[in-house]
Design a protein around this ligand. Structure first.
Ligand code: SF4
Length: 199
């Protein structure tokens, strides 16, 4: 007989807590499980979780994009850490920063070189609408050149905002929402490259 511990807990399960029962949720008994889905949904799910962005930074927003891919924000959690130097190996273009009129044909050419299916995120006020640069040298929204799937506001948008926009793009892909219409094809306009060739 010892001395009773005055601090001994008197109740280990609260009144509103469901007592835990040991329950086997999954029994390995050798039987094959059944999963029903559609092939298109499976493909869309795979695509949304393995987006490869093309390395394409235009201005200060690109610094935030770079930090999104670094260890603190870690875009690889969503399967998109493989920034490709070649557009032929990429399926996502993050337009990070203001796009000058001179750069517009280059941006379009890189977009055209990406294989289908492909998506575009417009990152920041400058890329989305020209931002503070309301002048003749800056494209007033890259959706005049390429079809933009997700716009991210801010100057600059934080890495968290880019991740949120990225998650929204993943949701659109999983739900099978198509790209917006191509602005150049819709308008019938042509961009002329730096050495005069039509794009
Ligand atoms: S939105 Fe702001 S941070 Fe981004 S490119 Fe424009 S000025 Fe730079």
């Amino acid at each position: 007989m010892g001395v009773k511990n005055p601090w001994e807990p008197v109740q280990t399960v609260s009144n509103n807590q469901t007592p835990r029962v040991s329950r086997q949720l999954h029994v390995k008994n050798g039987e094959a499980g059944i999963l029903t889905t559609q092939v298109s949904k499976l493909i869309d799910w795979g695509r949304s979780a393995s987006l490869w962005p093309v390395s394409f930074g235009l201005a200060c927003c690109a610094i935030e994009m770079m930090s999104t891919s670094a260890d603190r924000f870690d875009i690889s959690r969503f399967g998109a850490e493989v920034f490709r130097a070649s557009p032929r190996q990429a399926d996502l273009m993050i337009v990070a920063g203001r796009c000058s009129i001179k750069m517009a044909p280059v941006l379009r050419q890189i977009y055209d070189q990406m294989p289908e299916p492909k998506w575009v995120i417009s990152m920041g006020a400058c890329a989305s609408c020209g931002g503070v640069f309301n002048n003749y040298a800056i494209v007033q929204g890259v959706d005049k050149i390429v079809p933009v799937d997700v716009f991210i506001p801010g100057c600059p948008p934080t890495p968290e905002m880019l991740l949120f926009g990225f998650n929204e793009l993943q949701r659109k892909i999983r739900e099978g929402i198509p790209n917006p219409p191509d602005p150049l094809k819709a308008s019938g306009m042509k961009l002329v490259g730096p050495i005069g060739e039509g794009l």
